[in-house]
Each structure stands twice: as C-alpha cells, then as structure tokens.
Design a protein around this ligand. Sequence first.
Ligand SMILES: CC(C)(COP(=O)(O)OP(=O)(O)OC[C@H]1O[C@@H](n2cnc3c(N)ncnc32)[C@H](O)[C@@H]1OP(=O)(O)O)[C@@H](O)C(=O)NCCC(=O)NCCS
Length: 184
Amino acid sequence: MELVRPSLYHLPEYVAALKRGWSPDNIKGTAASIEELAQIDKDPQAFIDQLTDREAKGPPIVLPDGSSAPRLPGYYLWLWDGEFCGSIGFRWQPGTSSLPSHVLGHIGYAVVPWKTGLGYARSALRLMLLRAREEGLAYVEITMEPENVASRKIVEANGGVLFERFQYPLQYGRKDGLRFRIDL
Ligand SMILES: CC(C)(COP(=O)(O)OP(=O)(O)OC[C@H]1O[C@@H](n2cnc3c(N)ncnc32)[C@H](O)[C@@H]1OP(=O)(O)O)[C@@H](O)C(=O)NCCC(=O)NCCS
C-alpha cells in the first residue's frame, strides 16, 4: 500500500467507493459523499485540484452545524494498493503546532470497509507523519471518539500518547473525545 496524490487516473475508483456509501469524512459521513459526487460530476479536474491546497486558497470550511470557518493549508492523499483503499488528510497552521479549537486534529483517515484489517490505516499514518515533519511541526494531534478502538490502536502504534479528554466544540455537537499527540 502506498499514498498517492489524487489524480484523474485514480478518480473512477474513488467515485465507485463514494457510490458504495463510503465517506472520506468521518464527521459528515454520507452527506459528504453525496456532496463530493456532485462536485466530481460538475468538474472532475477541479475536484482533484482542490484536494491539494497548501496555501488555503479554497473557500471557508463549512462545519457540521452549518457555520463556516477559515480554511487551513492542507492536502489529501489516497491509499492505493493497485486499487483505491481510502483517504488520509493533513492540515496545519503555518508557524505553529497548535490548531484552532474548531479543527479536530491535524490528520484524519478513512479506509474503505472492504480493505480494513490489512494494516493500511496504520501504514498510511506512518507515511503521513514523515511528510508532516517536513512542515516543521513539533507534534501532530489526532482526535477520535472514545469508542473508536481501531483508531486508538493506529495512533498508539505510531507513537501517539493520550494528551487529553475533551468535549467536541459546539459546532460538532458536544460529545466526549480523545485527543492524542504524536511528537515529531
Ligand atoms: C478505523 C479505520 C481507519 C481502521 O482502518 P484499518 O486499515 O482497518 O486499520 P488497521 O488494519 O491499520 O488496524 C489497526 C488496528 O486496529 C484494529 N482494528 C481494526 N478494525 C477494528 C475494529 N473494528 N475494532 C477493533 N479493532 C480494530 C486492528 O486489528 C489493528 O490492531 P492491531 O494493531 O492490534 O493489529 C477504518 O475502520 C475506518 O476508516 N473507520 C471509519 C473512519 C474512522 O474511524 N477513522 C478514524 C477517525 S480518527
């Protein structure tokens, strides 16, 4: 399994995964899948291009409660083993390791259900951490719901340590979360 930069070559399998109900967005779920299918239908190249946005040129981020917030620099890579396996995203604030309170972690990932249990998420995080170091951050944070045992294992296998229990910000609906830190 490798991390690839999204391209038109990989896009048909990404679309197929969305159509099977998979979502790259762990918070918005299938609403995000439907939204992305519409964007791809309208302009596939524009969809691919906005997945790499190191200068935060894209529009503001719409949070789950419908409010919006400034976009951070970031990009997505796709997990690929000859077939599409999932997505991993990384965003950061230039010049600091900290994040605004409404941003739930530097890195998020999702593996398609038919490729889980193969160690892909663990490998994807390991590979993404190598890239995160290049941005000069001292650490990255990853958040998850307490019952997400798999995600916790993935983070701990990559050197993550529980930093704090926290409440998701109001825009996400108040619920308990775990915030892990991985020193770079
Ligand atoms: C969580 C998720 C990323 C796991 O992907 P994956 O590629 O199957 O993970 P890995 O194969 O690398 O497994 C890592 C560990 O989690 C364990 N694991 C995987 N799925 C699990 C599950 N449903 N319940 C308990 N443990 C699980 C694996 O056994 C492995 O443990 P080990 O290190 O002891 O062997 C995937 O199920 C997913 O996309 N879920 C929805 C999105 C999500 O929760 N993302 C993370 C939010 S921060």
